[in-house]
Design a protein around this ligand. Structure first.
Ligand code: SF4
Length: 378
């Protein structure tokens, strides 16, 4: 652990580098905790370039905590639609509502109150409090943990609880107490731009002289790989009903406790948003799909045989699941009546909160309608 003059030099060099080379990002031009919070939530598991347009659009519609708190959830999800991990958006709104109810519509300034909000863990709380209010909390996320592991040549799985705790202590010991906001951002920037998982650019690194892993020539070996969770294959069949005017049928977001008949994986995979009727299938897709339709549709819709046309096969990844979706189109005179369902124009689904999986199925149906080749039934 660095101390005294060595620590002062380390801080000085990193902060100077950050001031000179930091990327100009929209959330770095503000001290507004709401905006910083929003950026931190959007950046979880999402690249900076993908976040920027969402961030700007979201703030245009919800410029402050109050406007977010009182908006319909559906609108919040619509503006999040495409970013994925929708529980982030739901928690964001719930937290905004709690701030209005308990903190006069302001972002709380203490770690205790911040950590009590939904969707805010130790890392996010430290980032917001340090950047917005200059509170002395050191951040530790995957990027910073990698930098710490390399600086201290720490072996082993950095996600293991004891090791993560020591890396947090190391980060706490390094933080520049006179500018914690810039310090945390400098650490994150170093991890994101130079001290990257593969091929760290040590020749450009402002703190390479302090780095144990570089001295030992093991920078690229750290952090050591952890065991990956095995991928689970899931197969779904999804139906796009289509009437002559181009309207389709979407089912409402499944409730967490309410599972779609015979389809345990569907609620998770559609991120609890509006979705096409879909069912998990195992062997004989068409037979299982017909069974599902028999449970889903009212008897009147089944009087005439349904013509099920295969669309293209879709691949989709959700965390550890590798999803294959066999999508089908059923053209009907009148869309079946299903309680709670919506019947939007297929071309205009983006006006509703839908998951990327649903978006891909819609694209397959639109491509087929535009005359692109359809697939063969399985
Ligand atoms: Fe990372 Fe290399 Fe800098 Fe060490 S010298 S902190 S490994 S970029």
């Amino acid at each position: 652990m660095l101390k005294g003059g060595g620590l002062a030099n380390f801080r000085k060099q990193l902060l100077e580098w950050y001031r000179q080379y930091r990327r100009d990002l929209p959330w770095r031009r503000t001290k507004d905790p709401y905006r910083i919070w929003l950026s931190e939530i959007m950046l979880q598991q999402t690249r900076v370039a993908a976040v920027i347009p969402y961030y700007e659009k979201f703030l245009e519609r919800f410029p402050d905590i109050q406007s977010l708190a009182r908006a319909p959830e559906e609108e919040v999800l619509r503006l999040w639609s495409g970013l994925g991990y929708y529980s982030r958006a739901r928690n964001l709104q719930k937290a905004a509502q709690q701030m209005v109810a308990k903190h006069g519509g302001n972002f709380p300034k203490t770690a205790e109150a911040t950590l009590a909000l939904p969707g805010i863990g130790a890392y996010t709380a430290a980032a917001i409090l340090s950047i917005a209010f200059e509170e002395k909390h050191a951040v530790l996320d995957g990027n910073v943990a990698r930098v710490m592991a390399r600086l201290g040549a720490v072996r082993g799985d950095i996600r293991e609880a004891g090791r993560w705790h020591s890396l947090q202590k190391m980060a706490d010991g390094l933080i520049a107490t006179d500018s914690p906001g810039n310090w945390n951002q400098a650490m994150m920037e170093l991890g994101a731009t130079l001290c990257t998982p593969k091929s760290p650019q040590c020749l450009l690194c402002p703190v390479s002289g302090f780095c144990e892993a570089r001295k030992l020539g093991i920078a690229e070996e750290l952090p050591e790989k952890r065991k990956k969770r095995a991928t689970v294959d899931v197969t779904l069949a999804a139906i796009v009903f289509l009437d002559a005017r181009g309207h389709t049928l979407l089912l409402p977001p499944p409730r967490p406790s309410k599972k779609i008949a015979n389809a345990d994986d569907v609620p998770t995979l559609v991120s609890r948003m509006w979705h096409f009727p879909a069912v998990a299938v195992a062997k004989d897709t068409l037979t299982e799909l017909r069974k599902f339709l028999a449970t889903l549709l009212p008897a009147t819709s089944l009087r005439t045989p349904l013509r099920i046309e295969p669309l293209r096969k879709i691949r989709h990844a959700v965390t550890y699941r590798a999803v294959t979706i066999y999508s089908f189109r059923i053209q009907v005179k009148k869309l079946p009546k299903i309680a709670g369902a919506k019947t939007p124009l297929l071309e205009q689904l983006s006006t509703l909160p839908i998951s990327n999986l649903t978006r891909k199925v819609a694209q397959a149906a639109l491509a087929a309608s535009a005359g692109m080749p359809a697939a063969r039934a399985k």
